[in-house]
Design a protein around this ligand. Sequence first.
Ligand code: ADP
Ligand code: MG
Length: 772
Amino acid sequence: DVKRDPKIQVARLKLPILGEEQRIMELINENETLIVAGETGSGKTTQIPQFLYEAGYAEQQMVAVTEPRRVATVAMASRVAHELGLTSKEVSYLMRFEGNVTKDTRIKFMTDGVLLKEVQSDFLLSKYSVVIIDEAHERSVYTDILLGLLSRIVPLRRKRGTPLRLIVMSATLRVEDFTENTRLFKTPPPVINIESRQFPVTVHFNKRTYSDYLKEAYKKTVKIHTRLPEGGILIFVTGQQEVRYLVRKLKSSFPYKKDVNYSKIIQKQKTLEYDPVLDSEPDDIDSNDDEVEKEMKRARKARMKAKKKIKELPKINLDDYDLPADDGQVDLLENDDSDGNLDSDSDEEMSPLEPAIRACRQPLWALPLYSMLSSDRQSRVFKTPPIGARLCVVSTDVAETSLTIPGIKYVVDTGKKKMRLYDHATGASAWRIVWTSQASAEQRSGRAGRTSAGHAYRLYSSAVFQHDCPPQHPPDVQRRPVDDLVLMMKCVGIDKVVNFPFPTSPDRIQLRLAEKRLQVLGILEKAELKKLRAQDEEVLRVTPLGRAVSAFPLLPRYGKMLALSHQHGLLHYAITLVAALSVQEVLNGKSESWPATGNMLLLGDAGVLLRAVGACDHAHKNGEEEIFCAKYGLREKAIVEIRKLRKQLTSEICLSVAGVEPPIEELKPLDDNQARLLRQLLLSGLGDQVARKIGLDEVKEGEDKRKFKYAYHCAELEEPVHLHSDSILRKVIPEWIVYQELYETGAETRRKMVMRNVTAIEPEWLPVYVPN
Ligand code: ADP
Ligand code: MG
């Protein structure tokens, strides 16, 4: 009873997955879990929910589809609704802060984080008959945890007599992590591979790797557009700003003008110069690489052939044209505000391209694609460009596997992507531009071969590909700090983190240690179990404090400091302190420039950091930061980094903690009482890293007492640990301290363990702040 638009029907029939409908449905009917691996664009996301709908799976309960990316969640829900001839009432989406689910919803697209939240209130997911985990190869932390949970929920639902189907959909990557992991699925689930017509794609590496990859992307695109035959171009860059910049630049070089009849332009001319290597950069570095070598030979041959052809055939004069005078450029797509960093187009290096740009009369239909783009703007990439114009999509990695753009023949790959990297010490994270994995590079290249043979231009050398691009990036669960992961899982109600069936597990010893640490910090506590379990089984659950801590984008110990710092207006100091503690080597040595007394002195290295940052704020305001840093032995780069982190943390935290005013820009000096409170705050987060001075009477007979002048006992190690030689607390040598980190110094014979960033605490605070 589904009434599809005939046009949709025709488009669907071209998808390879349609021929597999019967086989897929048989496998789903007969198995609780099914893995669907298929080339990007084969129709997994748009078609399988429709198969299920037509087979009646959405009648009594809903079909859930999870996506790791928000952009895909919205786009796919609206596409499936459209194909089924339904509305957003029946095929809906739900993500954090946004959604259109109704009581009539039959197919529900959602972000993986949202389904994980739903597991908390309804562990059996009883609203759903089928859960589809899409884009499982992306290995987002939520997807991985969901897979582990679902591997247990599915058998439970069977026992209840209300079976749940699980479909794991993935690009053809890393499927073994799901199938060969017996902890996850005791009996490996069947895998169906969706073969799809993939045309050959010739990969071209750059000979050299330039750091200005945007400029390279622009140049390569100009060459493709002015010299190579018809076919869409897809450019991969790292973020929204880059996308918008490049779209603007390309549009101004090859504008689309209304009232011009572009159909008069004969595109065939370009085949005359057809040389896919684009003359400049054949790669000849890796002569030991057979594949590349072969590729090179083929390319050279093609080039020779093409050159010959050019001589033989007459050329069409591209300028032999009459254009109506009109400069009204159609700009329906982007009326974005300029971000002011647009390179001047008179850029010297561009000039060799200028004649080609001027000679080319064909417009480039340049469209942006990134997550935050509104959905109707996003959907433009799926529409045929105006007659005579060439489609060119500038995208972030959402076009890698999440969204398939039709008609792409050329891929321009900068080889870069943005990735969330975590600071090891504090867990603060930042988006950094990194090399993509080799697997991603292959995925990106593959986008050029959907409709016909294509070309992929990698704007870096094959040496970079081999040495700097990892085969795959490790999954998120292995990259984020374990303390953070453990707390997140406990908040979802997962008791057994150590034995959790991860698709790829983090180190289990590390998980256990993290659990202990969080217990000491009062973030987890022993659960009062109603049912008695085996004696050795101890269940740790999240405390109310732990829930608050989890809202902070930091390691739980620092999250705890911040969660407590709303008291006495300490939030801004705490944020600054965390930022300063996550940057290494702020001071080049001496703390003499930062004398202090009383609680300020006892605040120790943390106090020095705060005073230094505060003083820099002041100097910064007066435009004297550089001189100031040089004078007082501060590393300027570190200071700049700290300021960046403070800003980032402030905006992240003020968004997530309601009712908190954004803190003032300049850091005011602390008074004695505030310094004392900060010492307590530091202890609250570092309570498992307390150390006590070793008394000289404790030093064994025959040992050199001088070696113990700054020596402490700590819980982590048997051997003594020492105050850092630059620590301001050497002046005091307090009885009790907390430290941020231990590290090893000295050559082999004189090696010793040293404490970084030390603060004095009062023994009477200990029982209060450190639960046993
Ligand atoms: P997969 O999930 O296997 O990567 P999809 O189901 O996303 O594949 O895509 C199948 C086809 O549907 C692709 O050719 C894609 O271009 C097309 N498609 C997806 N969304 C839209 C849309 N909004 N408009 C037009 N075509 C679309
Ligand atoms: Mg898909």
